[in-house]
Each structure stands twice: as C-alpha cells, then as structure tokens.
Design a binder for this molecule. Sequence first.
Ligand SMILES: Nc1ncnc2c1ncn2[C@@H]1O[C@H](COP(=O)(O)OP(=O)(O)OP(=O)(O)O)[C@@H](O)[C@H]1O
Ligand SMILES: O=C(O)C1=C[C@@H](O)[C@@H](O)[C@H](O)C1
Ligand SMILES: [Mg+2]
Length: 211
Amino acid sequence: MEPEIPRGQANLSSRDLPDPQKVREVQEDYLEKKRPLIIIGPMAAGKSYIGTHFARFYGFSFVDADHLIVEKYGPISEIFEERGEEFFRKVEAEVISEVLTSPHFRNCVFSLGGGAPMSDAVARLLRGEQVVYIQVDAETVRPRIEHNKNRPLLQPHPVQKWSEIFEQRAHRYEELASYILDARGGRPITEMAAELYEFLQKERSEEDINE
Ligand SMILES: Nc1ncnc2c1ncn2[C@@H]1O[C@H](COP(=O)(O)OP(=O)(O)OP(=O)(O)O)[C@@H](O)[C@H]1O
Ligand SMILES: O=C(O)C1=C[C@@H](O)[C@@H](O)[C@H](O)C1
Ligand SMILES: [Mg+2]
C-alpha cells in the first residue's frame, strides 16, 4: 500500500501548541542524547498522523520507513506484487537499520511500517530505544480501511484481515514498547502530542537520575 501523508491539518489554535520554552528543553535533550523517537503500531493506527504532528509541534524532522522504501524501490503495492513480501521485508529491515545507525537521522521521529517489528532483526534494533506503540482497535480503524483496495495484506476483507493480523502482532508491539499511547477513538492530536511530550520529559528526568 502507498504510505499516506496525513490529510487534513489538525485544527489548532495557538493555545493548543506547546510552550516554546518546553519545546526547546525537549529538543536540547534530543540533540544531546541523540536518540530517535520510534513509532510502531498496526496499519492505519495513526503512526504518520501522530508522528508528523508531534514532530512539527516540537521541531523534529519526521522520517517514515514506508516513504524511504518507496523512494528507493517504488510503490509498496508493486513491490509486493512483483517481488513478493519476503523481498519487501528484507528492504524494510535494511532501510530501518540505515536510519537507526546513521547520525544524520538521530534527531527525528521515525515511523515504521505496521509489520516491521515482526522481523527479529528489526526487533533487535528496537530493543532499548524509545519506542512508542500507537494502540488502536478495529472500530477505530474501520472507517480508515474498510473501503481500501491498496493495502495488499488487507484484501479482500480489510477489517477482518486487520483484526487477524493485529492479533498476531499485538504481543510484539507491547513487548517492544517503552510507551503505549492509547489512540482508540481517534483522540485529538493535541492531547496525544502532549501525552507523548510528558513521556519524553519523564524519560529525560529518569535518565538524568541514572547518569
Ligand atoms: N487521531 C486521529 N484523528 C483523526 N484522524 C486520524 C487520527 N489518527 C489517524 N487519522 C487518520 O487516519 C488515517 C490513517 O492514519 P495514518 O496514515 O497516520 O496511519 P498509519 O498508522 O501511518 O498507517 P500506515 O499503515 O498506512 O502507515 C489518515 O487519514 C489520518 O489522517
Ligand atoms: O502491516 C504491514 O505489514 C504493512 C504496513 C504498511 O505500513 C506497509 O509497510 C506495508 O503495506 C506492510
Ligand atoms: Mg504511515
């Protein structure tokens, strides 16, 4: 399926945006610690939506593994069709490894494809990193996927297939998560971004204590 750039800007007023001083604190921490914030979760959970908005609020760059794959190899649906899922998983793991080991991408919010954490090689790269799992349920994603024809793994019954795949993957998402962000019901982005920010601040103070 083609990675989606989230449509529709969230409707924000200046009151919704974070305090600039706090933004600077979080950025300085990131620049110093040089760790990307990694986002995982099932298809259509809102990884790109939450990741792009969070990155914009706090001044980080946003990197999406699916986008990098498309840039290098062309549309995901064509990769699946012409070269198969195994090939896709191989390039997916390569791209993720490149990002996580490159100094160029250190200060970023990095969203992974829904199936990426299932690879043991990718899971090894994620252990010990700051990983946020975007948790949703079938009812939350239903309107986002029910008429979708482009996601190869969800055909021919998107919601049913989503639920089956989710069941196989939920345990891995939970196991890798340093933070679980409840995104059920399509919560407002400002509320979720603020919650993520709290998590980063808490991580930072715990790391400071342990240093
Ligand atoms: N909390 C939310 N409120 C409103 N719309 C949302 C929310 N979360 C996601 N969406 C919308 O749902 C759709 C899917 O979200 P998004 O593309 O971010 O999911 P994803 O997890 O990145 O999926 P993919 O599997 O394609 O990578 C988008 O159109 C997005 O704008
Ligand atoms: O859940 C999955 O396995 C996938 C999710 C998408 O992000 C893409 O990475 C691809 O369509 C496979
Ligand atoms: Mg996405």
